[in-house]
Write a protein that binds this ligand. Structure first.
Ligand code: NAP
Length: 488
């Protein structure tokens, strides 16, 4: 097993542009911290606008040749990346735990989940289909084909450092697009290590370029404005997504937006409560609550709310909090001080409006940015915690009286990424499928993410889908050709 020091030394500390590891022309360094200790674990290159321009040149120059490679070559390359990722699974898992804080088992889970996008899109690369047929009048022949959109700019968040990258890079490469990838400044190391892996499996020069930076807005603006860029794919907050959409508007740039959520978790009076309680633990505490799919509002029928609250509280009290590298830890640190302050203020506001804290409810003193796993109940309408992504280990419970009330409360948000519902009544479940305003629904399950599924939201949770049959289409343009009827 590789040591932390050996692993960190093996991670590149420069920008990856045009197939080479290069220094930033800014001369600046960007420090990456371990959120469990606050210590700096590595300093890396901090890109500026000049680096952005070099990366754009590299991606644009590589596009024509990469777009014409045989789909089977692209497929084989992604499959080799999948295989090598699994050989290095422990290294990637440890690296994510070091820079992001999640427990090692959760990081191992992300290697599996993130790796599946490489395998899935290696299979999709060879299945991009077109069609040929007569027009309605019989006077012509219609040919429909799909071509790579061209150079793409991919921006990823800090919470799933590997999976958010593979979910974009794999379909883009499968489709024949070149990319510039910009990870979050908080967790850039996994992306750098992944870029190194792609280089090792033979990705041609310029096809993938990586910019790490503390100046995201300055570095991104010229790339988004560059007429050679053909696609922007962003995962992150709705606030930043809105700004990027505005920047993309002048050139009518194709965009995919995977934005924030505010997931309701509905527990009906006829639910299998054992199943609902187990699923609640995953839906809420996976990734220390720092997931766009995290259940944000537990909305429970008033007849079972007390029992549900008591049972989840027992489970939460059994959680072990600590550095993610320690054995048996369930809950690691939050990503930084701002995240702790946000969770504190949401819990304080809920309590000030009448909520009761059943367990937890405070930050943990000492090194690192830890917050106690918490359950708050009797959360009043109008509390900030019902309108804001908590992004922390806080399970917040409010109640509903009947199905119409449950649906109204679930839909009372600008977001619509994922919802969870627990009921054993088939007709009710079918009604929920149609009435919940959501891109994804976990029906009697607490996790929906899967490489074969179209991941994405409605309302202000975003545009487009990642994964599934839909994922590669985000990186393809449809072209239609008409020819005369050759027999006329
Ligand atoms: P964020 O602050 O919006 O940042 C996301 C990415 O955008 C980071 O790489 C960030 O870089 C970059 N960025 C920030 N401002 C920018 C700007 N003006 N121009 C260009 N890039 C900019 O979000 P986050 O805090 O990292 O992630 C948490 C959010 O992501 C939550 O809202 C969560 O729900 C959402 N999320 C959504 C999904 C989904 O699939 N729908 C998945 C995961 C997370 P720097 O950090 O380096 O500034």
């Amino acid at each position: 097993m590789i040591s932390e020091a050996e692993l960190l030394a093996a991670v590149p500390n420069q920008l990856f542009i045009g197939g080479r590891w290069v220094e930033s022309s800014s001369g600046r360094r960007l420090d990456v911290h371990d959120p469990a200790t606050g210590a700096v674990i590595k300093s890396i290159a901090d890109a500026n606008e000049a680096d952005a321009s070099r990366a754009m040149d590299a991606a644009a120059n590589a596009q024509a040749e990469w777009g014409r490679t045989a789909p089977r070559s692209r497929s084989d390359l992604l499959r080799s990346a999948f295989d090598l990722l699994h050989e290095r699974a422990e290294e990637f898992a440890l690296l994510m735990t070091l820079e992001m804080g999640k427990p090692l088992d959760a990081s191992r889970g992300e290697v599996v989940y993130g790796g599946e996008f490489l395998r899935w899109f290696s299979e999709e690369a060879v299945r991009v289909a077109g069609r040929y047929g007569s027009n309605q009048e019989g006077t012509g022949r219609m040919l429909v084909t799909q071509l790579p959109v061209g150079p793409c700019y991919l921006i990823t968040p800090w919470n799933f450092p590997l999976a958010m990258a593979t979910r974009k890079v794999a379909p883009a490469l499968a489709a024949g697009c070149t990319v510039i990838l910009k990870p979050a400044a908080l967790t850039p190391l996994t992306t750098l290590y992944f870029a190194k892996l792609l280089g090792e499996v033979g990705l041609p020069v310029g096809v993938l370029n990586v910019l790490t930076t503390s100046a995201s807005a300055d570095v991104s603006a010229p790339i988004i404005a560059d007429p050679r860029l053909r696609k922007l794919s962003f995962t992150g907050s709705t606030a930043v997504g809105r700004q990027l959409l505005a920047q993309a508007a002048p050139s009518v740039l194709r965009t995919s937006m995977e934005l924030g959520g505010n997931a309701p978790f509905l527990v009906f009076e006829d639910a299998d409560l054992d199943r609902a309680v187990d699923a609640a633990m995953i839906a809420k505490f996976r990734n220390i609550g720092q997931a766009c799919t995290a259940a944000n509002r537990f909305i429970v029928h008033e007849s079972v709310a007390e029992q549900f609250a008591q049972r989840v509280t027992e489970k939460v009290q059994a959680f072990r909090v600590g550095r993610g590298t320690e054995a048996g830890v369930d809950i690691g640190p939050l990503i930084n001080e701002d995240a702790v302050l946000k969770v504190e203020s949401l819990v304080d506001d809920a309590v000030a409006r009448g909520a009761s804290v059943l367990t937890g409810g405070a930050r943990i003193a000492g090194a690192g940015t830890f917050y106690e796993p918490t359950v708050v109940t009797e959360v009043a309408a109008g509390s900030d915690i019902l309108a804001t992504e908590i992004f922390g280990p806080v399970l917040s419970i409010s109640t509903f009286s009947d199905e119409a009330d449950a649906v109204a409360k679930a839909n009372d948000t600008d977001f619509g990424l994922v919802s969870y519902a627990f009921t054993q009544d088939l007709a009710r479940a079918q009604r929920l499928v149609e009435s919940l305003q959501t891109g994804m629904l976990g029906l009697n399950v607490g996790v929906v993410s899967n490489a074969a599924a179209p991941f994405g939201g409605v309302k202000q949770s975003g545009l487009g889908r990642e994964g599934g049959l839909e994922g590669i289409r985000e990186y393809l343009d449809t072209k239609y050709v008409l020819t005369p009827n050759p027999f006329a």
